[in-house]
Ligand binder design. Structure first.
Ligand SMILES: [Zn+2]
Length: 296
C-alpha cells in the first residue's frame, strides 16, 4: 500500500502509447481497433483508452459493465508480447518496472519485484481484470507491477473498489498508518505481546471503504502479523539510540558516511523512511510509521 509516483510518469505512459501506436500502425491493426473502440465506448478512442487515468478507467469499467462483453483479441495478443522480455514492441513488463524505478510491490510493500537478467519473478497485475475487461489489457494505468502473492490474492477481489497505486486521488501515506500496540510487558521475549494495527484515516466513507477493501483483499493484516519481530527491534533501537547519541553520531560523521539525518535513520532502522523512498525496500511504510510513532 504505497503509491506509484514518478517524476516522469506521464512521459513513460506517453512512450508506452507511442510504441503501441507504431506497432498497430505497422501491422495495419489500428483502423479496426479504433472502429471497435468507437462502438464499444463511444466517448473514447485508442489513445484515451491506453492513457486513461485511474479515474477514467473506472468510467470505462462502468460503461463496459452495462454492455455485452466484447473481446479485444488484438489488445490481448499485444499484452502477451508485452509480458515477454524480448518482443518487437519496444516496451515490455520488465522495462516498465525498470522505468518506474520500483523495487517493491506497491500493494503489500513486503516483497521485492526485481527481475533477473533471464527471468521475470515480478508480475503485472491488471488492476481491472483483463479477463473481464479485455479492452483495458494494455491501458497504462491498468498495468500495476506487483509480487506473485498480491497478484494471486487479487483474483478474489470480485468487484470491490480498491485503490489503484497510480491514482493521484488517494495518498496512502495520509490514508493509512501502521500503529504499534504493546499488550503485555513481556514483549521483548514474546512477539505475540505486540500488535501491528492498521489505522484507516480516510475522512469520507467511500475512501474508507476502499482502504478497508484493499487491506482485506491483500490479507495485509494477516501478513503483517508476521513482522512483529521487526517492530520489536525498532522498539529496541529506540532505547539504544537516544536523540543525543544520534546527534553525536551525525556530528562526527556528517559529510563522510552521512549526507543528512535521514542517512542515520536509514542505518539505524535498516530501511528507508523518507516518503519518496518507500518503493525501495520491503516494509518501508511500516518502518516509517512506527519510527514516527516511537519518535525515533
Ligand atoms: Zn505484494
Amino acid at each position: 500500500m504505497i503509491n506509484i509516483r514518478h517524476p516522469r510518469l506521464q512521459e513513460i505512459a506517453e512512450r508506452h502509447y507511442q510504441a503501441l501506436m507504431r506497432y498497430l500502425d505497422k501491422h495495419n491493426y489500428l483502423h479496426d481497433l479504433e472502429e471497435k473502440i468507437s462502438v464499444t465506448v463511444p466517448d473514447f478512442d485508442f489513445k484515451k483508452v491506453i492513457l486513461a487515468s485511474p479515474e477514467e478507467l473506472e468510467i470505462i469499467v462502468d460503461l463496459l459493465t452495462k454492455r455485452k462483453k466484447v473481446g479485444f483479441p488484438k489488445l490481448g495478443s499485444l499484452y502477451t508480447s508485452f509480458s515477454k522480455r524480448k518482443n518487437s514492441l519496444g516496451i515490455s513488463a520488465v522495462k516498465l518496472i525498470e522505468d518506474l524505478d520500483l523495487s517493491v510491490c506497491p500493494y503489500c510493500n513486503r516483497n521485492f519485484i526485481y527481475n533477473t537478467d533471464n527471468k521475470r519473478p515480478s508480475e503485472i497485475d491488471h488492476f481491472h481484470a483483463k479477463s473481464k475487461y479485455p479492452l483495458l489489457a494494455m491501458s497504462f494505468y491498468n498495468l500495476v507491477p506487483s509480487c506473485k502473492v498480491c497478484n494471486h490474492f487479487k483474483n478474489d477481489a470480485a468487484d470491490k473498489k480498491l485503490i489503484n497505486p497510480y491514482d493521484t486521488r488517494y495518498d496512502w501515506n495520509a490514508l493509512l498508518k501502521f500503529r504499534l500496540k504493546v499488550t503485555a510487558a513481556d514483549f521483548y521475549f514474546n512477539a505475540k505481546s505486540v500488535e501491528v494495527q492498521f489505522e484507516n484515516l480516510a475522512e469520507d466513507k467511500e475512501t474508507r471503504d476502499r482502504v478497508r477493501n484493499t487491506i482485506s483483499v491483500f490479507e495485509l493484516e494477516d501478513q503483517y502479523k508476521h513482522h512483529r519481530d521487526f517492530v520489536i527491534e525498532l522498539i529496541q533501537k529506540k532505547y539504544l539510540y537516544s536523540d543525543d547519541y544520534l546527534n553525536a553520531l551525525y556530528k562526527q560523521y556528517e559529510g563522510t558516511i552521512f549526507r543528512n539525518r535521514e542517512d542515520i535513520l536509514r542505518l539505524v532502522t535498516t530501511n528507508f523512511v523518507d516518503e519518496k523512498d518507500l518503493k525501495n525496500r520491503p516494509l518501508a511504510k511500516l518502518t516509517k510509521d512506527i519510527v514516527e510513532q516511537l519518535d525515533l
